[in-house]
Structure formats: structure tokens, C-alpha cells
Design a protein around this ligand. Structure first.
Ligand code: IVH
Length: 676
């Protein structure tokens, strides 16, 4: 029984919480502690003792940061507003081009005001505060659905448990990045090396790996930081500019980027970018792979709007790549899920920009021929930001004559099956459907996290199940019996039961995940969700035509053909039916009947002549609104949009009686006369 809470104890607890939170802010956010660690610990212990004795714990008590029980799994969280990504610029020229586009869209010639911030290389998250109290945290995930990391983000000391310093708004979703300092990353890897655990490739993976831990006590052991640069939904607070927003975040004692510059015009912007690059190399304790340039004024942002996944009002400038020289020790062919054989260069390990690189995909044999890469060659390897390292060029002058060329294998290195290179395709492919790697890889993908999410069906176990003839196709997963698993080496009573349970639990899924799981060529998570948004049930996709898929905005021809081919294959449909018969339950929360009006649906346009904006952008707009942008005029063309000096296409349109309209008329058609 807790002791009776007196006013005096209550007051002491409240003061201690406030005091400790303030000192934690001084320490972790401002990096300016005023009391010693020992003094902090002493006050913390006093609070902990009082809380235990009186059973009175405030929602923002620092003692809540640790001690939460491990989770079974991460729940999914739908973001109120999608968390967008950023377009990249790889040169100052591309940044200047971005500014030109902004001005053109805003129809202004005046210099635009931008903010420039370091691009933190971490894990994007959203943290929700209600009435100023820390409520929930979620990863960005795919931008729409993230994972609930409330417990883990709470363990990060620079994340305030309560908004202090300003009047707490009813709701604010703050967005930013969880990241790890470089020295912490190196320390962590040294420890892991000693313990024989796999190393993290870079601080970002280390941060993500630390946050995505079901057991919050592991997260709490790693020192992570948070910085915020934006908001999602908010109620009771409003900003007109990024600058205002950043200043509000700062007064609310939230951690803000290590440097934020306000600049007008491109000269100032470029200066700020260079400054960040310099600081990134010499002063910041974290890795930064670029600078983010954002239009400062929110009403301008409104006008500029966004593309599918990126806003038109911001761009990420990526710093030039890091390079290093090393040797190709070997080239090893590796077989993927679809049978494609990829040559991998095994490199003499070399440090590039804080990361050790020891292998690099050479993509295909055309690439090897083009760059003339041989085993034993000395090569320049490049690693740009988070991009996978690649071999840039061979230093031919270093050749000794002992280098060896690696021909396209005539047989699959895994199953000995036939290898073909189809007309017009660069990839060499093992065509044996029963190639073990392909079978195992296909099923591994099917069972993976973003797909059917069956824990315990990783590569090792799958190989085992495959070798023992227990799994060859998707349906076999659901036919597994506990007795069969028990017979396998490494499996005991409990582990077998766990696997059976995981498989059983995994039967409940969504259409988007299921479509992704099937491993249809070109259908990644994004395309799978797009399909789920447009087709209510799996059966609605049976025998679908490529045209029907193509009519979905953002779906390209390649995907349409692949999806249609998949759902017109009798054997595939049999497999799907068999899966349903085995008890798979597929819901579809993504389906949106008649989702967005697509005013141009079913209409084919051709764009010609000089328009107020690049032809490609007009075409993108047409596709985004459901229309089709074709390259040449035919009798199927509904409209020709003709700019100045239209040339032969206009002639052809007249011959075929195709309607010709101006760009202004086109804007009228889509009901958007103001923006451009
Ligand atoms: S703004 C719509 N600002 O970079 C604007 N993002 O490559 C979206 N990032 O998903 C983000 N530092 O995770 C913004 N100062 C910064 C950033 C930043 C890092 C990340 C963020 C985003 C990714 C895009």
C-alpha cells in the first residue's frame, strides 16, 4: 500500500519532475549542463523513492523513460498527414534550377527566402504531444503508415516529455530525425565486434536498429539524439514561416537542427550550403550527407504544393560523394529472387566517409564490360550519402597483366541450371524455376517484415525447411506441421510451436502486404498499396488487363504488364485460391472507392511547342490527373496542347481532326487557372 500523499510530498514530486526535466534539457538539448551528473542522479533517486513510496507518478516524470516492458511487436500507426520525402539535388546548378522552378511556379522574379538546415542522416519520426504531454511516437515508415515507437522514443533524453517554455497547444505533431553521434556509433561497433555480433554499416543503421528494438531497455542503453525541423497536424498553434516554426520549437525546448540559416536569393543559399558542408566535416558530432533548402513562407508552400512523395517547396542538396581506391579481390556471381545473376565485387576493405566498404554490386555484365573491370584490378569506389557504394572506374595504369576477366557464367552458380540473357535485357538469369536460391528467396520475401511478416521464416530456417523438402511454394508454409518441424536440427518443442504460431498469426494480412509478398516483378510496397487502393478484393485483380492497371495514376507500363501477366497466369491463380483455402484472411483498409477525382481520366494528350513550363512537367501533371500523355499524335489523341512554334504535330492533329488547345485552355480544363 502506498503511503498517504500529503500536499507537501505532492509539491516536492512536482518540483522534482520539473527540475529534472529542465536539467535534462540543459544537458541533452542545449549541451550546457549546470549541475553535475552525481547531483542529477541524487535528485532522480529522491524522486524515484517518493514515487514508489506514494504511488504518485506524473505523466512527464523522467522515471518513465526507462523500465517499460518489452513489446510483442510494433503496432502500426497511420500518420494524420503523410510524411513526405525530399527530392535530391547533386550540384549547385541543380539547386539553382530548383529555385528557377519555384519562381516560375510562383510567377515571380523576386528573390525567394529559404531556410537551409543540415540534412540529418537518421530515422525520420513523428512525435505527438497533446496538451503539451508526450503521447505517441511513430516512425515515418512508408510515409503513410509507420510503427509505434512510443516506448523507445521516450527513452531518448532530448525528447521532452512535456512541452514547457511556451503555452502548450492542444495538439502538435513534431517531425524530425532520431540519430546517433559518430563516436557513439564507433563505440557501439567496437562492443559488437568484441561480442561477435554483426556490425552496423553506418550511424543511421545503428540509430534505426536501436530504435526498432522491441525491448525499450536496449534503446535506453544507446545514446540517441533527436532533432526536429517540422510539424504535422497541429491545433492551437500556427506558423507562417519555417523560421517562425523553428523558433517556436526552440522556445518549446524541443531540440532543433544544429544550424538553421535564413537566406534570400541563390548567392546566400549557396553560401549557407557550403557553410553546412564545412561544419559537417569539422564540427558536427553527427553524420550529415547534405543540406535541406526549404521555401520559408508557408503560403508560398501552399501554392507550390507537392508531388506524390515530395514537396515542390524543398530540396535536399547532397554533398559530393566520398571516394577511395582499393582492389577487386574477386567477382562473385550471386543469384536473386527472380533468378537474376548479379556480379558482386569483393573488395579489399576500405574506409569511405566513416564506413567500411568491402563489397559492391557490379549490377550486370554489360556494366563490367563497359567499365572493363577484372579480378585483381585497382579501382576507385564511390559512396554518395546513403547510396550503396559502387565502382566508379578502373585505374588501368595499375594493371600488372595478371588480372582476370570473369565471363558470364553459363550455368547457375547455385543450381547448375541454364543461364540466359534475353534479347534487349542486360541481366543474365537462371531460368530454372526450382533453383533453390530463387525458391528460398521468393519465400523469404513472402514472409518478410513488410510482406506477410512471419517471424522465424528467415533465410537460415527457410534453407533448412527447403533442404528437408518441407517448403517449395508459398502454400507449403501453411501446410507445415509441428511434428515435421520438430524433426529438424536446431528445433525443439518451444521453437517449433513458436514458428507454427507465427505462421498462424501471419494469416491475417492486408491486400497491400499480400500483393507485395507475391513478389510480382516491379511491384514494390508503394505499387502494392496503390493497387490495394484501387481494387477492393484480391479477386478483382484476377485476369485484369494491362490497360486497367495503366489507368491508375502513377502506374507505368512496365508494372501494368507485369501485374496483368501475373493475374492472367492460370497456375498463379490456382496458387492464390489454394492460399485462400488454407485460411489466409485478407482485409483491405487501403481501398478508397472513387478516391480522387481524376478529371483527365481516359483522355489522351500530346504536348508540343514551347510552353510556360517544361513539357515533362505538363506531362506529369496530365498523368497525375488520370490522363495519358503520348509522344505522338494519332487518331486516339483527344487533345493536342500546342505552345509556341508547335511544328509538325499541329499539322498532323489538323489532318486527323484532333482538338487543339492552348496551355491556358488546358488549365481551364483541369480547373486550375491561378497557380501558373
Ligand atoms: S524536411 C517535406 N529537413 O531526409 C519535408 N528532412 O531525404 C520532409 N531529413 O524524410 C522533410 N534532415 O527523414 C527535412 N532538416 C531536414 C532533414 C530531413 C534529414 C530526412 C527526412 C526526410 C529525408 C528525405
Amino acid at each position: 500500500m502506498p503511503a498517504k500523499l500529503t500536499d507537501q510530498v505532492k509539491k516536492e514530486i512536482e518540483e522534482l519532475v520539473k527540475d529534472l526535466n529542465y536539467h535534462s534539457y540543459l544537458y541533452y538539448v542545449l549541451d550546457q549542463p549546470v549541475i553535475s551528473d552525481e547531483e542529477y542522479d541524487r535528485r532522480y533517486r529522491r524522486l524515484k523513492d517518493l514515487e514508489e513510496a506514494y504511488g504518485y507518478v506524473l505523466p512527464d516524470s523522467p522515471t518513465l523513460r526507462v523500465g517499460a516492458p518489452p513489446l510483442e511487436k510494433f503496432e502500426r500507426v497511420r500518420h494524420t498527414l503523410p510524411m513526405l520525402s525530399l527530392e535530391n539535388a547533386f550540384s549547385h546548378e541543380e539547386v539553382i534550377e530548383f529555385d528557377r522552378r519555384v519562381k516560375r511556379l510562383l510567377r515571380t522574379e523576386e528573390d525567394i527566402e529559404y531556410t537551409i538546415e543540415p540534412k540529418y542522416d537518421g530515422l525520420a519520426v513523428e512525435i505527438i504531444y497533446r496538451d503539451g504531454i508526450y503521447q505517441k511516437a511513430a516512425t515515418r515508415g512508408d510515409g503513410y503508415l509507420g510503427e509505434d515507437i512510443t516506448q523507445n522514443a521516450r527513452a531518448i533524453r532530448s525528447v521532452p516529455l512535456k512541452i514547457a517554455g511556451v503555452k502548450a497547444p492542444e495538439l502538435v505533431e513534431v517531425r524530425g530525425e532520431i540519430y546517433m553521434h559518430i563516436d557513439e556509433f564507433e563505440k557501439l561497433n567496437r562492443e559488437r565486434e568484441k561480442a561477435g555480433e554483426p556490425l552496423f554499416a553506418n550511424p543511421r543503421n545503428a540509430a534505426a536498429g536501436s530504435v526498432r528494438q522491441l525491448d525499450p531497455s536496449i534503446t535506453a542503453k544507446r545514446t540517441l539524439f533527436f532533432t526536429c525541423y517540422g510539424t504535422g497536424a497541429a491545433k492551437g498553434t500556427e506558423f507562417k514561416t519555417q523560421w517562425e516554426l523553428i523558433n517556436w520549437l526552440k522556445s518549446a525546448r524541443l531540440p532543433i537542427p544544429a544550424m538553421v540559416r535564413l537566406a534570400r536569393g541563390m548567392d546566400e543559399v549557396i553560401k549557407a550550403i557550403i557553410e553546412i558542408e564545412e561544419k559537417g566535416r569539422t564540427a558536427f558530432p553527427f553524420e550529415t550527407d547534405g543540406a535541406v533548402i526549404k521555401v520559408n513562407d508557408f503560403s508560398m508552400r501552399e501554392l507550390l504544393g507537392e508531388k506524390t512523395r515530395e514537396p515542390r517547396w524543398a530540396i535536399a542538396y547532397k554533398f559530393p560523394a566520398h571516394r577511395a581506391i582499393t582492389r577487386v579481390l574477386d567477382i562473385v556471381p550471386s543469384v536473386g529472387r527472380t533468378g537474376v545473376i548479379t556480379p558482386i565485387a569483393m573488395l579489399e576493405p576500405v574506409r569511405i566517409g566513416g564506413v567500411t566498404v568491402s563489397r559492391s554490386s557490379l549490377h550486370n555484365w554489360d556494366e563490367i564490360a563497359r567499365k572493363d573491370i577484372k579480378i585483381g584490378d585497382t579501382v576507385v569506389v564511390e559512396r554518395a550519402g546513403d547510396v550503396i557504394p559502387h565502382v566508379l572506374e578502373v585505374l588501368k595504369e595499375k594493371r600488372t597483366g595478371r588480372e582476370r576477366h570473369l565471363p558470364v557464367p553459363s550455368k547457375c552458380p547455385v543450381c547448375g541450371g541454364r543461364v540466359v540473357r534475353e534479347e534487349g535485357e542486360v541481366a543474365a538469369r537462371c531460368v530454372s524455376l526450382s533453383c533453390p536460391t530463387q525458391v528460398v528467396e521468393r519465400i523469404r520475401h513472402f514472409a518478410s517484415r513488410g510482406a506477410m511478416d512471419i517471424e522465424g521464416l528467415g533465410e537460415k530456417n527457410l534453407e533448412l525447411l527447403y533442404e528437408h523438402n518441407l517448403i517449395k511454394e508459398f502454400p507449403d508454409i501453411y501446410k507445415l506441421k509441428k511434428e515435421d518441424i520438430l524433426k529438424l536440427p536446431r528445433f525443439a518443442e518451444k521453437s517449433s510451436q513458436n514458428l507454427i504460431d507465427a505462421i498462424e498469426n501471419g494469416k491475417e494480412t492486408t491486400l497491400a502486404r499480400f500483393l507485395y509478398a507475391l513478389g510480382i516483378p516491379h511491384v514494390g510496397e508503394f505499387a502494392a498499396r496503390l493497387l490495394a487502393r484501387n481494387f477492393r478484393r484480391l479477386e478483382d485483380l484476377y485476369r485484369v488487363s494491362p490497360e486497367r492497371i495503366n489507368s491508375i495514376r502513377q502506374m507505368g507500363g512496365k508494372i501494368s504488364n507485369a501485374v496483368s501477366a501475373f493475374f492472367n497466369d492460370k497456375a498463379n491463380l490456382d496458387t492464390l485460391e489454394e492460399l485462400k483455402g488454407l485460411g489466409l484472411r485478407i482485409s483491405n483498409p487501403d481501398f478508397k472507392a472513387g478516391e480522387k477525382p481524376l478529371p483527365l481520366k481516359g483522355l489522351t494528350f500530346v504536348v508540343t511547342g514551347t510552353l510556360p513550363m517544361p513539357r515533362k512537367e505538363v506531362e506529369e501533371q496530365i498523368e497525375a490527373l488520370g490522363g495519358h500523355a503520348a509522344g505522338s499524335v494519332s487518331k486516339n489523341t483527344d487533345y493536342l496542347i500546342a505552345g509556341e512554334e508547335p511544328g509538325s504535330k499541329l499539322q498532323r492533329a489538323r489532318e486527323l481532326n484532333v482538338k487543339v488547345i492552348s496551355y491556358q485552355e488546358f488549365l481551364g480544363l483541369i480547373g486550375k487557372p491561378t497557380l501558373f
